[in-house]
Ligand binder design. Structure first.
Ligand code: MF3
Ligand code: CO
Ligand code: CO
Length: 269
């Protein structure tokens, strides 16, 4: 029923309305609040399964739905990607050690709307190189978001991210991208985190999508392990990622997944 209303661009990108933005706001806030709560459990000695157990129980407690449990056979409420894992790390028996860095990615469904966000955490004291990687990655996301406004193109977003990352002598992963979302998890467009200014589809008010750059200290190439999910850097270098769900407004964009507690960046304390 909801798919009859509204418009889709010639690139297949759905244009959403004010009431839809309200739905995304609630879903994005829920996902961000859960990530805020995760921070207190991250320390050396805990397993990634413990973090995922907390997330699953918190999703249940809130009476909302995990978008990842059952998605293409995935069985967990989060993806947890430690050190050289780029994305889609499977929570499990792995025990966090002092100096480990990890991305926790949560997607919830609230009243049918998908809120998708991820951020970095550190266990114990973070090595300087890892801290720089995290800082460059979160700044690259915010530069991509700054380019997300009507009249700009998706290439402008990719260029803002890639040029900043490469100026810092790090690399942008090409094998995974952001995505449209709304009442579905993954929809057009593919949001590339690299590109040339002025290329790609033009951004319009009402578009809703994620920006989720993965940045490596070494080379950009990845490979997927035999579990068919875990993506790692081919050269074993450290990787970081941050993700926001955003909606294009008349003048810029609204970030649906801002941290209510101001804990998006791991050095918040
Ligand atoms: N949340 C991820 C994204 O940013 C997708 C995870 S799918 C899963 O698009 F099945 F691996 F959980
Ligand atoms: Co996403
Ligand atoms: Co995600």
């Amino acid at each position: 029923m909801e798919d009859i209303r509204g418009r889709v661009t010639k690139n297949g990108i759905r244009i959403y309305e004010d009431a839809d933005f309200a739905g995304m706001r609630a879903a994005g806030r829920c996902a961000a609040e859960i990530l805020d709560m995760v921070a207190q459990y991250v320390r050396p000695g805990v397993t990634t399964a413990l973090l995922d157990d907390f997330i699953r129980e918190e999703i249940e407690r809130r009476g909302v739905v995990s978008a990842t449990i059952g998605y293409k056979g995935y069985q967990h409420a989060s993806c947890i990607s430690v050190n050289h894992v780029v994305c889609h790390g499977i929570p499990g028996a792995k025990i966090l050690a002092d100096g480990d860095i990890l991305n926790v990615d949560v997607t919830v469904i609230v009243d049918g709307w998908f809120g998708d966000t991820s951020r970095m955490y550190v266990a114990g004291s973070v090595p300087r190189k890892a801290e720089r990687l995290i800082e460059v990655t979160v700044e690259s996301l915010m530069r991509g978001i700054a380019a997300a406004k009507p009249g700009n193109t998706f290439g402008d977003i990719g260029y803002a991210i890639q040029s900043f990352v490469e100026a810092n002598r790090m690399s942008v992963v090409r094998d995974f991208c952001g995505h449209g979302l709304g009442r579905v998890f993954h929809a057009p467009p593919n949001v590339l985190h690299y590109g040339r200014p002025g290329t790609g589809a033009v951004l319009e008010e009402g578009m809703i999508f994620t920006i989720e750059p993965m940045v490596n200290l070494g080379r950009p190439e990845t490979k997927v392990l035999a579990d068919d999910w875990t993506a790692v850097t081919r050269d074993k270098s450290l990787s970081a990622q941050f993700e926001h769900s955003v909606g294009i407004t008349a003048t810029g964009c609204e970030i649906f997944t801002l941290s209510p507690a101001g804990k998006f960046h791991p050095t918040w304390s």
